[in-house]
Each structure stands twice: as C-alpha cells, then as structure tokens.
Design a protein around this ligand. Structure first.
Ligand code: HEM
Length: 309
C-alpha cells in the first residue's frame, strides 16, 4: 500500500514512474483518480488482521436471481482507476499491477464507461438517465465512523449486472417507462415534466391508477419504501463484447454504491429489488463484492496506514 500510494500520487499528478511502461507519456492525467479497498477475505487468518475486520465488512448473501461467478467476485484488494482518458486508466492499473508482482495478482478486472459531461445526468444502457435521485448527506449516509482505521472512509458494494438489451429493445417505450417509473427522455417521474420533480409515489394518473406502478424500479429502490436509507450510486456501463459461450452481448451495469453501512443501506434495497423489481426480467447479476474503502492520506502518508501501519 505504501508503494501503491506513492505511485498513485505520481500518476494522478501526471508524473512518470520508474521504469514507466510509457503508454501514457505525453497525456494529461485527465482527472485520474485511484481508489483502494479491502475485501472481507483480507481479514482471514493469513495476515494477522482478523481482529481489525470491521463488523460491517462481510460478504453480502446472494440474492434471488443472482448467477454469481466466484472468479469475478470478491477479492482481498480493490483498485479502481477512473479517468476521462481510457489509456490513462489502463496505464494506472498496469503500473499498480506490476508494482504488486509477487505480492498480489489480479483476480478479476472490469472496464466501464459513462457519458459524464457534468452538464446532465448520464444514461445507462437501457437509455434512461441514471443518477437523478442520488442525493446523500455524506456524514449520515456515506462516511464510515468505525472502526478507527476506517473513520472517514466508506464501504463500496459492487454488482456486475448483465442487461438483456435485446429483450429490453422489444419493449415499447411506454412499457420501459413503467418498468423504471420515469420518463425516458426527460428523466422526470412518470407523468411529470421535470427530472428533479419529487417522485410522488402516491400520485394517481388520470384513470385513477398509481402513476408509478408496483414493480417500477424507482418505487422499490426509493428511500421512502426502504426506511429512508440512501446510498451514493456511482455505477458504470460496461460492454464486454460477446459472451464466448452464448454468443450474446455481455453488456450492462457495473453497479457501484458507497454507503456507511452496506447491509443496512444497500443490502436492504437489494432485497426489495430482488423481490419486486420489474427490471429483474431484463437483468442478471453475475458478480458481487463488498469492500472497505479507507480514507485518503496526506502527502508522505499512505492509504490504509491506519490498518497496516
Ligand atoms: C439492473 C440494473 C439497474 C438499472 C438498469 C438501474 C437503473 C436505474 C434508473 C434508470 C433509475 C432512475 C434514475 C435515478 O434516480 O437515478 C434508478 C434509480 C435508483 N436505483 Fe437503480 N438500477 C439498477 C440497479 C440498482 C440496484 C442494484 C440498486 C441498489 C441496490 C439501485 C438503486 C437505485 C436507487 C436507490 C435509485 C433512486 C430511487 C429514487 O428515485 O429514490 N439500482 N436506477
């Protein structure tokens, strides 16, 4: 973690590293950020860390409908490189992987993308705005308070969710909107005009039916249906070409959410969605993970020092 922190510091500032592989030479860091995390398995008997395992850091149970692949799930360590330039992100991961050679090796890897101009809410591969209602109070919803080494960090829940886009495309737009609970073009709650209008889950349409029907994704994901819990969603679309076994597209949502308590917040919503969400017909979760994300560090320190230092 010391050398990773050092490398992350250099690369996010656009400096070369020793024996640099070179593919990012001359490129700006393009808002490169690097996020590190620790999975529950890091705290087993191998490294003497068991007594420092956060009580909240345990693998999430498989949900109804999950088709999880072990080799794409979990992991002792989590490394995420984000940049506006994919080549810069690639270089960062390659450099960190090389530096860890002999100590840690990649278990799985996922590329993702989002049309994140900042000007409007990005869309997922279903074609809907994703991230409209993502307001959190960081101290209440995101930053972990304990154990001491994790204070000011967070937890990250990962779900790699394949979407059946061919089936989705066969659905008329009006039916897609009923499945999500929002208008496709504007992102407004069904029947309303503006993206950030409140959902109004008890609203009725002109025929006296629920404007946002039972089964709509936003209804069952909404804080008001889940004891008020909120999380910070920060997912990416992914496109891994064709599945080698089925010949069908392997594309979907690499769902990522930060929370102060992964079970009380994210698992709670996952359970609701597994039971009621219309999107289940069009989605298959293929991988899952939960990681403790230690707080950042000041220059001269290193990420994870509270745990490992
Ligand atoms: C099948 C994959 C998924 C797709 C395609 C998807 C898509 C969407 C879309 C289009 C919205 C409406 C826009 C917005 O408010 O951001 C939304 C809202 C939301 N989604 Fe998902 N989502 C997926 C999975 C999940 C999962 C696994 C969770 C949590 C465990 C989740 C939690 C939420 C929450 C909390 C909202 C906001 C609800 C509200 O309006 O209050 N989603 N999602």
């Amino acid at each position: 973690m010391q050398s990773w922190s050092h490398l992350a510091d250099a690369m996010t500032a656009g400096r070369t590293v020793s024996a640099d592989s070179g593919e990012a030479l001359g490129l700006s860091p393009a808002r490169l950020t690097i996020t590190f995390g620790f999975g529950p398995s890091l705290f087993d008997s191998r490294y003497g860390l068991a007594r420092l395992q956060p009580a909240r850091l345990t693998p999430l149970p498989a949900m109804h409908g999950d088709a999880l692949t072990d080799s794409r799930s979990g992991g002792d360590l989590y490394v995420q490189a984000c940049s506006d330039d994919r080549q810069v992100a690639f270089h960062a991961l390659r450099t960190l992987t090389r530096a860890a050679s002999g100590v840690a090796h990649p278990r799985w890897q996922q590329s993702g993308f989002r049309a994140d101009s900042g000007a409007q809410t990005p869309r997922n591969l279903l074609g809907f705005k994703d991230g409209t209602d993502n307001a959190v109070k960081p101290d209440r919803d995101v930053w972990a308070a304990s154990p001491g080494w994790l204070r000011g960090g967070s937890y990250l829940v990962m779900r790699r969710i394949r979407l059946d886009l061919a089936a989705w495309d066969r659905l008329a737009r009006s039916r897609q909107q009923l499945a999500i609970g929002r208008e496709k073009v504007t992102g407004a709650p069904l029947g309303l005009k503006r993206e950030h209008d409140p959902l109004g889950l008890s609203r009725l349409d002109s025929q006296g039916r629920r404007a946002i029907p039972l089964g709509a994704h936003v209804r069952h994901a909404s804080p008001s249906e889940n004891g008020g819990v909120r999380m910070l969603r920060r997912g990416y679309n992914y496109d891994d070409g064709l599945d080698v076994l089925t010949g069908k597209p392997d594309a979907g949502l690499f769902f990522l959410a930060f929370a102060r308590d992964p079970r009380a917040q994210v698992l709670r919503v996952l359970e609701q969605l597994a039971t009621y969400d219309r999107l289940n017909e069009f989605s298959t979760p293929l991988a899952s993970g939960v990681y403790a994300i230690p707080p950042g560090t000041r220059r001269g320190g290193f990420v994870g020092a509270g745990l490992l230092g």
